[in-house]
Design a protein around this ligand. Structure first.
Ligand code: DC
Length: 222
């Protein structure tokens, strides 16, 4: 079990997916679950502070995954959940403890042999506190805004880098100050600053740390 946490656009998705592929492990994008609740809430016109309805919605989501795509009630929402409006809404619904509790069982269900790489904000602190390896990825807000800008422009979105930087700072603030499972570095996490690092270097670094741990585990007492 590898837990990878960090702020928005710190490279968690790319790095976690590549590490999972290299090890033949399953992959959990926990942020997608909050995005799915946000998307459904928008569609069903549920207010961001209506905790009971949002929690019920999180409980009742009919989700399926396949070939890197995500489906709600059979409809492909992979691209829809990446829209900036959904990102902002996701960080609002993620504040609510009952929504987080409703999503906990779904996250635990991903844990299965041969292993899991899970990424998000509270993987190492709350959801999988016993993870074998915990990585906290970080990068400056400017570097993260510039990465997100390139991704969104490539997909044909019209946005400005200044607007993205402001959004990222607002989300960082909401994700870190909330009472329920705030974004923080687990005491036993390894911090990796990717500001000046290409993705391949960060992936190699995580794999190296994991191999070192596995080798030490194999050599140590039973
Ligand atoms: O990682 P992401 O940008 O897709 O996450 C979307 C939002 O979901 C983010 O603003 C915070 C929230 N989130 C969370 O609270 N806990 C997680 N484990 C993952 C995401």
């Amino acid at each position: 079990m590898i837990a990878i946490d960090g702020p928005a656009a710190s490279g968690k998705g790319t790095i976690a997916q590549s590490v999972a592929a290299a090890l033949g492990y399953r992959y959990l994008d926990s942020g997608a679950l909050y995005r799915l609740v946000a998307l459904e809430a928008t569609r069903q016109k549920v207010a961001t502070d209506d905790e009971p309805r949002l929690a019920a919605l999180a409980d009742g989501l009919d989700l399926s995954f396949g070939d890197g795509r995500i489906f709600v009630s059979g409809q492909d929402v992979t691209d829809a959940i990446r829209a900036e409006g959904v990102s902002a809404m996701a960080s609002k619904v993620a504040i609510l403890p009952r929504v987080r509790t409703a999503l906990l069982t779904r996250q635990h269900a991903f844990r299965a042999p041969p292993g899991l790489v899970a990424e998000g904000r509270d993987m190492g602190t709350v959801v999988f506190p016993d993870a074998r390896l915990k990585i906290y990825l970080t990068a400056t807000a400017e570097a993260r805004a510039s990465r997100r800008y390139k991704q969104l422009i490539d997909k044909g979105n019209s946005i400005t880098i200044q607007g993205l930087l402001r959004d990222i700072r607002e989300r960082d603030e909401r994700d870190s100050v909330r009472a329920a499972a705030p974004l923080r570095i687990a005491a036993d996490a390894i911090v990796l600053d990717t500001t000046d690092m290409i993705a391949d270097a960060a992936i190699a670094c995580v794999l190296q740390q994991y191999q070192a741990l596995t080798a030490a585990g194999a050599a140590g007492p039973a």
